[in-house]
Design a protein around this ligand. Sequence first.
Ligand code: ASP
Length: 442
Amino acid sequence: MEASARFVCKFGGSSLASASQFRKVQAIIEADPRRSIIVPSAPGKRDAKDAKITDLLYLCQHAASVDADFAVAFEQIASRFLGIERELGLDAGLATELAALREALTHGITADHAASRGEYLNARLLAALLDAEFVDPAECVVIGANGLADPQTWALLGTRLQDASRRYVVPGFYGRDGEGNIRTFSRGGSDVSGAVAARAAGAALYENWTDVPGLLMADPRIVTDPRPMDEVTYAEIRELSYMGASVLHEEAMAPVREARIPVNIRNTNDPAHPGTRIVAELSPETIKNTQIAGVAGKSSFAMITVAKHLMNREVGFVYRLLGVLEHNGIAFEHCPSSIDSVSVVVDAACIEGRAEQVLAEIRRTLEPDALDFVPRIALVAIVGEGMSHSVGIAAKVFAALAAAGVNVRLINQGASELNIIVGVAPDDYPAAVRALYGAFVP
Ligand code: ASP
């Protein structure tokens, strides 16, 4: 098989939480020979009351580090793995591995090392089930001091995965640091491992198998049964996730975006569903059929508005305003302006408890005619590459909000024309999201 035709398939914790889930995963992988680089997470929850193996491993390591008894939690870990191994009729040597882990915990290992064993043991099981080659990321995934994959990983892991006729299983979540110690990505980091493997192997596709039908066009806690997106661009995903939509792990996008490798979010429990494709450019069909990618938002912003007559002629006015924020260590998120006034939207948590001090400094520095502070404002973003080409999008946005009785406090359309952002009172936030979703999704 050509190297470029290979798929990297990452399976999340719920996809591998039990023996029956392992069987589903096996069927998915064996249905397509291109699915040749497999990246598993540790076993997740089987139901709402269940524990995640990774959490139990952290618990054991912490208990061991203060000389407390960790037998009960360890027994839960061991019985889950041994149960899956037994039910699948495998001998992947897990009893020996688990005995060594218990011993290592007693003698003291780092939290990263302990947590990584969930993915390590699960990958051992999956490699045995698939009769595939196990690749240990401790040898070929280097994680830098910033917590991201070090670029030397592309060649190291790429070489390790170079035989296109083989199937490999590479545990997610961990690698090693510059000194050779086991180090993990941040929580949920198997998504990152999958993206790193896709980039290193020059894969044609990164399939991310999870337990949802794809990325949803709106928050399901606000909109009933929102539609999954069929196709969305990396840039749209960036806008939606910035606005709080839960998508892939934040750090998983960079490796695939840089190499222009498409991502396909799929559901292990419904493999016939095509899921959501994340791509560099939308297909002509998507452009024709969809106006927006989705609606997302957050009600955790605050806004400062400064007005001063002839502000537009005062060189450095906004520079000095932002300087006050910088001086107070506050990042700004948006900065809509008009001729004689400018607003800065900031994360409410960053200014909480310090607003008076910041406003006093703005007053001193800029001597404004008026200064207004809104401690809480919600922003809702309507995101879509297609918006800049369609006539009447803004009209539709404001008509929908007006019909829902929502007062718009701020409007911001980024230079990229990828989104329209409206600011509304936090109490109006759910109504605004529902109205906008309803206006664009029939
Ligand atoms: N098992 C790790 C966690 O729970 C990584 C992952 O599942 O992606 O964070």
